[in-house]
Ligand binder design. Structure first.
Ligand SMILES: [Zn+2]
Length: 369
């Protein structure tokens, strides 16, 4: 199949990560529904011309907004508004258009509290804000051009995104999922911005997903502070545009899948009860890649009521509530999203109080090395 880059239209590039056939990660069938579930190819492609890492093809349906807004996204919005505001980018009275994410994390309430004005339905605003929205657009060039066209003459575009550099550094191969069309490195994003006449002025780093970034960009002419140069230099050194470097994700994928499978098999052999926590998309790709079924992992708990009573896509593992998790009296719970561990310790202290342990994938992969 010939690829056409979603940002620059180029045809040359490399498949840097191939997860084979995977179920749609937001397809949670009711528990009794027999498999096999429909599967689709899931691959990441790196454009040689502009350096954008992207989803190769996506035959699945666009994702619907979820009822539950993750606490981590709410906290991220508050943190970002505080820091970007402290740097003087959010003056009261400024008009704002927001392109949000279907996963939540809107800034609008927080910006209204600071005296900014949402310009619903207006063509342009002083601030055009994109919180993890852009990656959901299949046509990256058109989506960025639309956002740029809505920035007033002296206005600014704020783009918040999970970074390819983070994905590489932390081996987050399972960030690749259907519905997420682009995985931005700073150099690729800066090139995309240049294509619509914008240049980055400032950059901020956040801990969300172990490395989330926010770029402020304006039409050419505005000054650029050292944060942008530092970010570009750091990512170039990491090799974010080098296919050989990005292809390291393939090895990370094999290593994680093998580590999980071997560890679960050992636990079962010792007669220990192990459950999973989080039915997020990352868990779907991991469990499917590892070929883990309910004989090794009898259940995955998740706080989302919509997923409870269903099973994980592509396997027979049921999704249960956190309360049901305690009924199993697990010896260990594997947490598929490292960000969640501190919150879980506080919210479900019974796991540790009854002798169980929380185990992260980072720990399993690290100790299997
Ligand atoms: Zn390209």
């Amino acid at each position: 199949m010939e690829m056409v880059c979603r940002a620059c239209g180029g045809n040359a590039g490399d498949t840097v990560l191939d997860l084979g056939e995977q179920p749609a990660c937001d397809y949670f069938p009711p528990r009794g529904t027999p498999g096999p579930d429909p599967v689709y190819p899931l691959q990441m492609w790196l454009c040689s011309s502009c350096g954008l890492a992207q989803l190769m093809n996506d035959p699945t349906m666009p994702e619907e907004p979820k009822a539950a807004e993750p606490a981590a996204l709410v906290a991220q919005a508050a943190d970002a508004v505080r820091r970007v505001g402290a740097a003087g980018w959010l003056p009261p009275g400024t008009t704002v258009i927001e392109y949000g994410s279907p996963h939540g994390g809107s800034w609008l309430g927080l910006l209204a509290d600071r005296g900014l004005v949402t310009t619903d339905g207006q063509t342009q605003a002083d601030i055009v804000l994109d919180c993890f929205g852009l990656m959901h657009r299949a046509d990256q060039q058109a989506a960025l051009a639309e956002r740029a066209s809505r920035v007033s003459e002296r206005g600014v575009m704020l783009l918040q995104y999970h970074s390819l550099a983070t994905i590489i550094q932390h081996g987050q191969w399972n960030a690749l999922r259907h519905g997420h069309f682009a995985y931005y490195s700073a150099p690729a994003l800066v090139r995309m911005l240049a294509g619509v006449g914008f240049t980055p002025c400032a950059a901020w780093r956040f801990e969300l997903y172990q490395g989330t970034f926010l770029l402020a960009a304006a039409r050419a002419g505005r000054g650029r502070d050292g944060s942008v140069e530092a970010l570009l230099a750091e990512e170039s050194e990491l090799g974010v545009q080098d296919p050989a470097v990005v292809m390291g994700l393939q090895e990370d994928a094999s290593r994680s899948a093998a580590a999980l499978r071997q560890w679960l098999s050992r636990q079962r052999a010792m007669g220990r009860t192990v459950l999973g926590y989080s039915a997020a998309s990352r868990a779907v790709a991991l469990l499917c890649s590892a070929g883990v079924a309910a004989d090794l992992l009898p259940a995955v708990a998740d706080a989302s009521a919509a997923k409870q009573g269903c099973r994980m896509p592509g396997t027979d593992i049921p999704v249960i509530s956190p309360a049901e998790l305690l009924d199993f009296r697990p010896d260990a719970v594997v947490v598929f999203l490292t960000d969640l561990v501190d919150e879980l310790r506080a919210v479900i202290p019974e796991v540790e109080a009854e002798g169980g342990t929380w185990v992260t994938m980072d720990h399993l992969v690290g100790s299997a090395r």
